[in-house]
Ligand binder design. Structure first.
Ligand code: UD1
Ligand code: UDP
Length: 378
């Protein structure tokens, strides 16, 4: 390894920024040289800039500006842009996050160039290859050199796919680190007042292609969310994907429905913290509601985050069952089944990941036991 090795973080979409912030901070604390490459997959100020500000992320050393497009066009632009920047910067390790197209492209480029990679949030599986994210997860984990798992179920998924356990480190969840850091700033009152919401309200986020791309699915979902809004006022910070389709299906502001632009990280989580109920199809929001103890109904047939059901407040629902599930969740309140957060969701995942990376850069033995990181939870 060179003196003063360089770590690059490839980030592109909203959830990447949230997961990377604690890792970047952890590496900075250890004095590791690093830089962020922003692919530009998300580019609206409310999908990107606001996260850099809220999470205290340093300015990217490059923004590839790839923007939107079909999977093929977007991934192709990502491959070309990332190859150039990796060749120019010659990093010693590239860290990728989650399951978005920027993650997939970065792992492919580095595998072809022979540049080592680490994947944060390895091993999550919905076992639904109809989700673009599931394809990205499987390919990314097959090619990564170091894999950081956020929950114990990930370890068996990776073992079943033939990933060498010596490459896998169970480190906890950096998205939860970000939430821990933000907690003192999370105040629902000013956001609620600004939006003119009553004290009891629900929050909904919707952006999965399976829910919002097809007009029929969008209509079914919107009807269900409207039915919830007749029980409790609903505010929807709406992701740009599907905005038009959902509006055509009837998701418009009204007496008990408030449709707004996406919110910044601190404002969004403030609103979630004060909510009686969250309805979502997001991955990250399932985890954040588990930590905040807010009931969460996930409108999907499956989840790659089952720990949010076994250890948290999350339930999977179909659109048809959403109104009744909302009624029950509102009556029951927020008790978590086990009363405990998932293992290692303690706000210290970023420093654990940073320690493993720093040792790896020094060429130390990579076995999880040697890093003081528990490999298998009981
Ligand atoms: C992507 C990820 C998804 C993740 C989500 C987080 C993939 C395949 N999907 O989905 O896993 O859950 O990010 O939010 O990588 N758009 C804007 N402004 C932006 C960004 C997007 O208007 O700043 C619109 C464009 O019309 C674009 C659409 O949103 O076509 C979809 O964006 P894209 O990044 O392709 O996928 P997401 O649905 O955001
Ligand atoms: N989020 C946000 N503002 C919003 C909606 C979500 O800051 O209006 C945050 C949320 O708290 C979480 C992340 O964005 O940290 C999740 O991103 P998203 O749901 O877009 O992606 P997914 O997790 O489904 O991949």
């Amino acid at each position: 390894m060179r003196d003063n090795p360089l770590v690059l973080h490839v980030l592109g979409a909203r959830p990447n920024f949230v997961k990377a912030a604690p890792v970047v901070r952890g590496l900075a604390d250890l004095g590791v040289r690093q830089g962020i490459v922003h692919t530009g997959q998300h580019y609206d100020a409310l999908m990107s800039d606001v996260f850099f500000a809220d999470l205290g992320l340093p300015e990217p050393i490059a923004n590839l500006g790839v923007g939107s497009g079909s999977h093929a066009k977007q991934t192709a632009a990502l491959l070309v842009g990332l190859e150039e920047v990796v060749l120019k910067e010659s990093p010693d390790l590239v860290v990728v996050y989650g399951d978005v197209n920027s993650t997939l492209a970065a792992i492919l480029v580095c595998a072809k160039l022979g540049v080592p990679t680490a994947h944060v949030e390895a091993g999550l599986r919905s076992f639904d290859r109809g989700m673009p994210e599931e394809v990205n997860r499987v390919v990314t984990d097959a090619l990564a050199d170091v894999l950081f798992a956020t929950s114990p179920d990930a370890l068996s998924h990776l073992a079943n796919e033939g990933v060498d356990p010596a490459k896998v480190h169970l480190v906890g969840n950096p998205m939860i680190d970000s939430l821990f850091s933000a907690l003192p700033k999370l105040d629902p009152e000013p956001v609620r007042a600004r939006l003119g919401l009553p004290e009891a309200y629900a929050v909904a986020t919707l952006h999965r292609p399976a829910n919002v791309d097809d007009p029929e699915s969008a209509r079914e979902l919107v009807d269900a969310v409207l039915a919830v809004s007749r029980q409790i006022p609903v505010v929807v910070p709406l992701h740009p994907r599907g905005r038009t389709r959902l509006a055509e299906a009837g998701l418009v502001s009204g007496e008990t429905m408030t449709i707004i632009d996406p919110l910044g990280y601190v404002d969004f989580l403030s609103l979630v913290r004060g909510a009686k109920l969250v309805v979502t199809d997001s991955g990250g929001v399932q985890e954040e509601t588990t930590m905040l103890g807010v009931p969460c109904l996930t409108v999907r047939p499956n989840t790659e985050r089952p720990i949010t059901i076994t250890h948290g407040t999350n339930r999977l629902v179909t659109p048809a069952l959403l109104p009744a599930a909302a009624e029950k969740a509102l009556a029951d309140g927020a008790a978590t089944p086990s009363g405990e957060l998932p293992p290692l969701w303690d706000g210290a995942a970023g420093p654990r990941i940073a320690r493993v990376i720093a040792s790896w850069l020094k060429g130390d033995n990579l076995s999880p036991a040697a890093q003081g990181v528990p490999q298998q939870m009981g």
